[in-house]
Design a protein around this ligand. Structure first.
Ligand SMILES: Nc1ncnc2c1ncn2[C@@H]1O[C@H](COP(=O)(O)OP(=O)(O)OP(=O)(O)O)[C@@H](O)[C@H]1O
Ligand SMILES: [Mg+2]
Length: 248
């Protein structure tokens, strides 16, 4: 499956999620003898930097395959890459840019991180209108919003989900020309957690980073279950001791 982590909003958490998802998925696929491909489609190269740090932390072993690909090449290369890799994750930069559009044309899933703040909810309209446009050419694209950097307590995360559904995902009362963008909102929320940014600095996912933050881990595992239908809890638990020793 080709999964794009994308949005026209900068700083929403795309790279943080793309890298954590790539590591989590690579754990699952390794058990199945399969490789995962992570593509950095952003010229800012944050995912590339993550992989450089990761290689340093892990003696050159990423645990997945990494490449950088931009613009039209993302679309043109995807057919052959898709034959080699059962799972492809693409991280694109936070503007409306050719790489994002190319990735939207070939992706089967699109994960759109949205922070639970009005400024982020408001700018979501740009991503949604782009999705409505691209779905004319790629009707198979299944986009999902995930609340990222949510609050650890309180009602804001749930209120944001409701607000997004009301504002963008349901037909306005009495409207006949509304086009359903076909987007759903994931149940799980990724809360704002320092463990995510601390882990990132070492090229690690929260699954690997120590001290272990079990809330951040549980949130990532739930996201994986929602996006991939994979239960990585068992695989992860089986791996814990070894990983704790390796990267503590
Ligand atoms: N859930 C989270 N908890 C804590 N920090 C987070 C979380 N999500 C993102 N961040 C932080 O927010 C900042 C922006 O995140 P990130 O680089 O992943 O966003 P992005 O959408 O990829 O940005 P860009 O549009 O520039 O590519 C980083 O400092 C990252 O560590
Ligand atoms: Mg990024």
């Amino acid at each position: 499956m080709i999964v794009l982590i994308g949005s026209t909003k900068g700083g929403a958490g795309k790279t943080t999620l793309a890298t954590n998802i790539a590591v989590a998925l690579s754990m699952v696929r390794r058990e199945q003898g399969r490789d995962v491909l992570l593509i950095d489609g952003d010229k800012q190269e944050s995912t590339h930097e993550f992989c450089q740090d990761r290689a340093e932390t892990r003696n050159g072993e990423l645990g997945f395959t990494f490449m950088q690909l931009h613009g039209q090449l993302i679309r043109d290369q995807m057919a052959s890459l898709n034959q080699k890799y059962a799972d492809i994750i693409i991280d694109c930069g936070g503007t409306d840019n050719p790489s994002l559009r190319a990735a939207m044309l070939v992706a089967e899933r699109m994960i759109i991180p949205v922070m639970p703040r009005e400024i982020d909810i408001k700018s979501l309209r740009h991503t949604i209108s782009l999705i409505s446009e691209v779905r004319l050419y790629n009707p198979a694209l299944r986009p999902s919003i995930v609340i990222n950097a949510g609050d650890p307590t309180g009602q804001d995360n749930e209120a944001t989900k409701d607000e997004i559904k009301t504002r963008y995902l349901t037909a306005p009362h009495g409207s006949s020309d509304w086009i359903d963008p076909g987007i759903d909102v994931l149940d799980g929320v990724i809360v704002r957690r320092k463990a995510l940014s601390d882990a990132w600095a070492f090229g690690l996912s929260v699954l690997e980073y120590r001290p272990r933050n079990s809330d951040a881990i549980a949130e990532l595992i739930k996201l994986m279950a929602e996006v991939y239908g994979t239960d990585i809890q068992d695989i992860y638990d089986g791996d814990t001791t070894q990983r704790a020793r390796a990267y503590a």
